[in-house]
Each structure stands twice: as C-alpha cells, then as structure tokens.
Write a protein that binds this ligand. Structure first.
Ligand code: GTP
Ligand code: MG
Length: 554
C-alpha cells in the first residue's frame, strides 16, 4: 500500500494489544477466544474505553488518500492506530497516543459557518475533514474501507456450502459474522462520545457497553447496549462519617427508578438537542428497564441507553466468561442465533419471539448437561470466586470468579457436529410444559409459574428471561429443532458428491448451510412429516411483516 512507510513507523510504537486495531495486516485478524488471556472482563473493557477516549471520529471526503490524511492528522499528535469505513460517506477512526492529540486537534478545529441555519456550538470528537480545495486524492490507491456489516444469509449459505466439514462450517460462520476488532473499537468510541454528553451533567459518570457488543457473541450489525453508570460518582457509596461533616444537597425523588427515569430523560434530551450524529431519540421510560433508544448515524449503530442496569452488565460478563472457556461455545451460539434469525424465530422488533439472550442461555444449559460438562454452572463459578469478586446487586448474589485460569473442567472432546445435532434433539424433546431451565444449577427444575417457556434469570431468582415468548413461538422453535436434528441425522453432514471444488460452480447447500435455508423440511423433501398446520391469517401477516422488516445486510 502507498502509505506503507508511514504505517511502519506507527506500527513500531504499538503494543501488541494496541496492534489489534489498525490499518496493519493484524487488524484483519478476528478476535480469538484466547486473545488477551488472563485479563478480566472489566480490565479489557477499561482498556478499550481508555483507547476510545484518545480517539476521534472524522468524516472524510470520499476521494481521499489514507496517507495524506494520516500525514495531516499526525501534525497534532502521534497516531497509534487508524482505520476507515463507509457509512453514507467515509469515516476515519483515529486513535492518538495521548489525549493531547485531541486537545491540539480541537484547538485547530473551527465551528461550521452555515448560511440560513445555525449550529449548536457543542464541541465533540465527531469532526469533519474539509479539503477546502486541497487535492487529497492519491490516484487509484484511495481509502481501504473496513466492512462494518456482515454477509446476507444467502451469501453466507453459499460460503458455508464450500466448506468441507460441519466443524469447518461452524468456524467459518463464526468468523464471518463475529465483530471485527475495528467494529469493537468503533463501539467503544461511540460509547465514549456519548459519555461526553452525559458527562456534561454528571462529570464522574461512566458509560459502559454490555450485551452482544462485549459478551463474545456479537455479530456485525448488532445493536449497541449502553449502561450509564452513576455509581462511579464519588461519595455515593461512602459510609456516613461520624462527627462534623459536609453533605451535598440533592433533589429528593420517590425511588431509584425515578432517579433513573429523570437522568435518562435529561441525557436523552441532551443527545437529541446537542449531540451531532444522534437521531431518532425515543425515551422509553416506563419500560421495566427504562431506556433511551436512538440511532448513531455516523457509525450506523442502533443504541439502547439504560441506567441502573448492573445485573445486565453481570449477565454479559457471565456470557463472555463462558464464551472464552471453550471455542465450541461461541461456534454453537453463533450458529443457533443465526439459524433462529434465518427462520424468523428472532426479530429486531420486540414481540413474542425468543431473544438472542435466551437462545444463548439454551446453548449454555445444554453444554452444562453434557458428560463430562463442557461448561460449569454459575454455582461452580461462584464457589471459585475470590473475596474481591464478591458482588451483590439489589440483594441478588452475582458473585462469580473473574480469573479464568481457576476454572478447570474435565476434558470433553465431542465434535461440534455431534453437539449441534444433539442440541436440536435435546430441545425437540425437552419438557417445556413442566420444566424450567436453570443455568445457575445446570439442572432443569419444575416451573415456578405458568409460562410457555421458562428460563430462570441467572442473577435474579424468580425472573423468567423468556416470559415474552408465547406458545406459538415456542412450538415453532421446537418444530424447527426437530427438523434440524432430523436433517443432521439423515445426511446433513454428508457433502453431496461433486459439489465441492468445482471452480465457479454454485455449491449445493449442505450441513449447516442447509439448516439455514428457508423451509428446511420442504427443501430436503422430508417424508412422513406431519403436514404443517395452516397458520391463522394474523400469524401469517405477522411473519410476512417480520420478513419484510429483516434488513438485507445485518
Ligand atoms: P443482540 O440481539 O445481538 O442485541 O443480543 P444481546 O445479547 O445484546 O441482547 P439484548 O440487546 O436483547 O440485551 C442486552 C443484554 O441485556 C443481554 O446480553 C443480557 O446481558 C441482558 N438481558 C437481556 N434480556 C435480559 C433478561 O431478560 N434478563 C437479564 N438478566 N438480562 C437480560
Ligand atoms: Mg444487544
């Protein structure tokens, strides 16, 4: 590449972990399960946030040379890393070696001078590079853009059909869909840009990422779950001192929920009125977990900002920890989530369908029941915890070990192909009508309440994470599990002869590619299957609307 020399000098100053993001060849490596081994969930998050706080997001003219941009920006400070992507225009994520780079860039930036309109003078780290007549192009070697979206299901099916074993297919599916290092860096950068807005009201607050952005199961295009943490405001959890003391005067409101609602309302207002790039702000403050939903246009992320949501943070840590114990966990969760989405079992619209979180829990539970178990129970993780890991949130014991090296499991070498088939078998015969799934104990238990699907919330005993799922959706899940188990057992794992390696030929979907095809059973010509009951019109319309709402590239 034309800017090789400049990049070489940047690369020399990178530490190995900083090198994970960048324009170098290493940037294209997917996150592997054992990368950053030894670091805890919180340490990794803090490191990523710190890098994000030294970064800026710059909209660039489309015909621009990477080399010229880097040369221009490096006048303001040493650049550790930089990558480009496209989202209705080209953007650069530029990480400076220190925050001084940002101060110096801010010092040189001007506010826009717009005619017939006015601009809110809020200075953020979202900037525009104006060429002002300077030629920034560099012949044919213009920007190398890092993709931020994944393949469509059809493209994915074609890719998978060319693999030679189901294990290879599962690895290929995971590496195709998983978040790239660049996408993760962009997620943390957006999080830190939003913190600047919330920080205008609460300078000591933190905004953290949770959910699939950080739990190891994120797919390119997944939403951005954010948690506004006010517990970092100093003096909140200090014990009342004895003797003469000073206390802040504060507004008194009825409950913590009211505090959450008013904080989110004001921050939501700030995002809508002042934050460039934040559009379509909706305040959903009466939900069980109040949130502000909006789109961050320059990154293309759909954001859900919550507050006082520490338990969800802990669920993300739990999934992350489990995802790193055995690489089969990620492959199976990615497959099951992708399979569910391909069949309309999940949707980006809230409704009576199962969520990705519940699906992950189903996989975790299944892996806990193997012999020997592939995953530990939450109780075992709690027993291994050190005193520093102790964590109680709203009366719920959320303690679990943070040091992965303490978790020792008996070797289990079952191939993923077997595990996937047995996963589908397991849930096609599971007694959902009587039993509840409990990953805390790794056991099924009698349902404490009448809900079609009962999955105990790992950290809030008595809460059902899938209480939204109705009988129709559960029946669809079970029927599809049955169908998929049947397909894998009857030659789904066999490569149709002559379909692999034929240059230019369209490979025939087989193995997991066949499981992602619409109407799996019809396509495979399953005989003797119970004829599908005609769904009521409303259900069919709902499904149709669902399929129309599926984004082409998500
Ligand atoms: P995507 O569908 O890819 O966004 O998956 P996700 O895991 O991010 O799920 P979602 O955005 O729906 O929720 C974000 C996070 O909130 C999850 O990862 C969980 O940590 C948590 N969460 C969601 N639903 C529940 C629930 O019912 N109970 C608990 N305890 N946590 C939940
Ligand atoms: Mg999410």
């Amino acid at each position: 590449r034309g800017n090789g020399q400049l990049l070489k000098c940047f690369r020399r100053i990178l530490t190995p972990s900083q090198r994970r993001v960048g324009t170098s060849a290493e940037a294209c490596q997917p996150l592997t399960v054992h990368q950053d081994a030894g670091k805890s969930f919180l340490t990794l998050q803090e490191e990523s946030l710190e890098r994000a706080e030294r970064s800026v997001l710059i909209s660039c003219p489309s015909k621009t040379s990477e080399k010229k941009i880097l040369k221009f920006l490096s006048k303001y400070g040493t650049i550790n890393n930089c990558f480009f992507y496209d989202s209705y225009g080209s953007y650069a994520v530029v990480e400076f070696a220190s925050r001084d780079g940002i101060s110096s860039l801010h010092g040189a930036a001007s506010l826009p001078n717009i005619q017939h309109e006015a601009s809110v003078p809020f200075k953020s780290r979202l900037l525009t590079l104006k060429s002002n007549g300077v030629d920034l192009s560099d012949g044919p070697t213009s920007l190398k853009l890092q993709p931020q979206t994944s393949l469509s299901v059809n493209e994915l099916i074609q890719r998978l059909a060319k693999e030679e074993s189901i294990d290879q297919q599962l690895h290929s599916l995971t590496s195709t869909l998983e978040l790239t290092n660049e996408n993760i860096a962009l997620r943390f950068l957006v999080c830190s840009l939003l913190k600047d807005v919330a920080g205008a009201f609460f300078p000591e607050c933190t905004i953290r990422l949770f959910g699939s952005s950080v739990n190891g199961f994120g797919k390119l295009g997944c939403d951005l779950d954010l948690f506004l943490d006010l517990d970092t405001v100093s003096g909140r959890s200090i014990k009342r001192p004895s003797g003469l003391a000073v206390e802040y005067q504060t507004k008194r409101v009825a409950s913590e929920r009211t505090v959450t609602q008013s904080v989110l309302s004001v921050v939501g207002e700030g995002l809508e009125q002042f934050a460039p790039g934040c559009v379509g702000v909706q305040k959903i403050l009466n939900a069980r977990c109040p949130l502000v939903r909006f789109s961050h246009q320059p990154s293309g992320f759909q954001c859900d900002l919550t507050a006082n949501n520490r338990v969800a943070m802990k669920s993300s840590e739990l999934l992350w920890l489990l995802s790193r114990l055995d690489e089969r966990v990620r492959c199976l969760v990615f497959m099951v989530r992708c399979w569910a989405r391909a069949h309309g079992l999940t949707s980006s619209i809230p409704g009576a369908w199962i969520t990705n979180f519940s699906l992950s829990t189903l996989v975790v539970f299944f892996l806990q029941t193997r012999s020997p178990p592939i995953l530990p129970t939450l109780e075992q993780l709690r027993e291994l915890a050190s005193p520093a890991d102790k964590c109680v949130i709203e009366g719920n014991d959320c303690t679990m070990v943070s040091d992965l090296s303490k978790i020792q499991l008996k070797p289990n070498t079952e191939p993923m192909e077997t595990l996937l088939q047995e996963f589908f078998e397991f849930y096609s015969t599971f007694a959902f009508n009587r039993m509840s799934i409990n990953i805390r104990k790794g056991m099924h238990q009698h349902k404490p309440e009448a809900a079609p699907l009962h999955i105990q919330n790992p950290f809030e005993a008595g809460h059902n994470v899938s209480k939204n799922v109705n009988t129709t959706q559960l029946e669809r899940l079970v029927a599809l599990c049955r169908e998929s188990a049947w397909l894998l057992a009857h030659g789904g794992g066999t490569i149709p002869p002559g379909t692999v390696g034929a240059a230019g030929a369209k490979a025939v979907p087989w193995g997991i590619a066949a499981l992602l095809m619409p109407s799996v059973a019809e396509a495979a010509g399953v005989k003797g299957r119970k004829k599908k009951k005609r769904e009521p019109a409303s259900e069919r319309i709902k499904n149709l609307l669902q399929s129309l709402n599926k984004p082409a590239r998500k």
